[in-house]
Design a protein. Structure first.
Ligand code: PEP
Length: 264
């Protein structure tokens, strides 16, 4: 049987509006002992330090939502990998579909950001996924492979543990979930890309994201190739998010007899 971790990563996007709200939301999340190191919250960057200073032993880890591909200089509004590393932030999302579509992040920019993160020993959680039009045109596999191929050069020789999130764009924030079977199929394709096509030297997990809720998390997390979930809207509702964490704990019991792995 495969020894697999079950990560749950909550992406708060542009919410909430105040440090107080962020803090009470964060403090309400309880991470069970067996999932330590596997539950993350990605708050807006302005809250990272405050939440970090109020972390308890059962609090989620913290992850940035984005970082700059640039290290320093005249780049107004950006946050560098070194700034995150110096603030002891160890993980970051990269290439979320909202960054790709609303902020024109191309595959090249995503690669530069992955490079910047790895140089500072920050673990990238790299998002890939097809649009609705691409799915309808039966281009899902091709799109995923091209997004992964664009990362080949920057990941060559990487020996860290990293993370990929399959997030079909049409399922993000829409309430339309990819079926567990199809999500598993694409996550398996990502797995095979790095293990068979490329023979990557890094360790990795593949997560699914797109309208994950407490009621669909158990089926998704039971899939062989899904190593966790990336959650948007439901991560802002404590009962939902805690339900997803419980599903991850159950999936881990069922699937990981050899114990816990930590994404770092
Ligand atoms: C996301 O933001 O990555 C996401 C998957 O959002 P939602 O869960 O709301 O679809």
């Amino acid at each position: 049987m495969k020894n697999k971790s079950h990560f749950v990563i909550g992406n708060w996007k542009l919410n909430p509006n105040s440090t107080q709200e962020a803090s009470s939301l964060y403090q309400a999340i309880q991470v069970p002992e067996k999932l330590k190191g596997q539950i993350f919250i990605c708050p807006p960057a302005i809250y990272l330090s405050d939440l970090q200073h109020n972390q308890k032993s059962n609090s989620p880890q913290l992850c940035a939502q984005n970082l700059s591909q640039y290290n320093a200089g005249a780049y107004t509004g950006e946050i560098s990998a070194a700034m995150l590393a110096n603030a002891k932030i160890t993980h970051t999302l990269i290439g979320h579909s909202e960054r790709r579509s609303l902020f024109a992040e191309s595959n090249d920019i995503v690669s530069e950001k992955v490079k910047a993160a790895l140089e500072q020993k920050i673990t990238p959680i790299i998002c890939v996924g097809e649009t609705e039009a691409e799915r309808t045109a039966h281009q899902t596999d091709e799109v995923i492979q091209s997004q992964l191929t664009a990362l080949k050069a920057v990941l060559a020789g990487c020996t860290e543990n990293i993370c990929f999130a399959y997030e079909p764009v049409w399922a993000i924030g829409t309430g339309k979930t990819c079926s567990a079977e199809e999500a598993n199929r694409v996550c398996a394709l990502i797995e095979r890309f790095w293990t068979e096509k490329i023979e990557a030297s890094f360790g990795f997990s593949v997560l699914y994201g797109g309208s994950v809720k407490a009621n669909n998390a158990p089926e998704l997390l039971a899939q062989q190739s899904i190593g966790g979930v990336l959650v948007g809207g439901a991560s802002l509702i404590i009962s939902e998010f805690q339900g997803i964490i419980a599903a991850a704990a159950n999936a881990q019991d069922a699937n990981a007899p050899l114990g816990q792995q930590v994404l770092r």
